[in-house]
Ligand binder design. Sequence first.
Ligand SMILES: C=C(O[C@H]1C=CC=C(C(=O)O)[C@@H]1O)C(=O)O
Length: 354
Amino acid sequence: MNLNDYLNINKESRKPFVLFSKPNSEQLIGVFQENTNHYKTSDFTESGFVFAPFHGEEAILIPLEFSEIILETHIESLLIETKTDEIITRNEKEQEAFEDLVTRGIEAIKNGDFEKVVLSRKERVSFRAVELFALFKRLKNNYPTAFCSLFYHPTIGVWMGATPEQLIKVEKGEIKTMALAGTQKNLGQKEVVWGEKEHDEQEYVTKFIVDSLKPFMISLEISEPYTKRAAKVMHICTDIRGGLKPGVGLKPILSALHPTPAVCGMPKQESREFILKNEGYDRAYYAGFLGTLNWNSVLGENEGTDLFVNLRCMEVEETHVNLFIGCGITRNSVPFDEFVETENKSTTMRKILN
Ligand SMILES: C=C(O[C@H]1C=CC=C(C(=O)O)[C@@H]1O)C(=O)O
């Protein structure tokens, strides 16, 4: 049996599974739960694959002890080559609603309610996913530098994504993370110039992550901001790493970090409340986090954690998919430009649907 057979069997028998591939890795890893139980993390000391929502504490777990792990090497196939870019037909109603939301966000910032908020929208696109495995391989072919995933759980259905953003990597007492924000189109240009608005929104993220991690760390190293390309867009990124104080668990670190101002805002509480009251839809697992928990999937050891923020993702339903896209709003935001930014980000998932 290969990965595709496992995937079909688990889906038919409503058993959770995940198929993932780490950035720049040729390995496809399948974690197939062997029973139909619904597991959740309680304190993040469990081992397995975790899938956490944006709001709330409870994360879905596929426990290592009740799963079969299947590995395959990804062979880039010419048959599933990159398709040409789709021309997006603009939905005026959606545009108006999003620009109105952004306008309200800017007003709240000018009113002093918070400094930054990340606002998002959900877009429905007609699509029938016949072969999930083929779709996943197309995702990996197109985005080899992203964390690619295909997650299924009977309680939430199928989610897929190719995220450029690491939430946290913990290995041998050392933490690695990144502050990623600010967006412009990636046209392959060599010289990249960033505006004040993008620098501002990214600096909020760096400051928040550094301040949140400090109590847990014995050392912290912060890189200079640099440009990180992620498919058709690029971002400003600062790498942050350091040594953990002995005995610090993952749970308090995750509560302090998630959601970062790359997906929520600054301050966290006020911006989160604004999102809840104003976005008008449930983000569910968009802007949550996912990845391996207390499990080094490369070495096969029950140590090490590698989590990513669930961005550039979609929920796959029977006859359509739901794309989730958001962008950071500051006092200098222009509603129309922010809408265009969500369109640009949406091409990451649209491209594999063509
Ligand atoms: C919230 C998203 O992106 C975040 C990550 C990088 C750049 C972002 C931005 O420029 O707004 C966002 O903070 C998304 O892709 O839905």
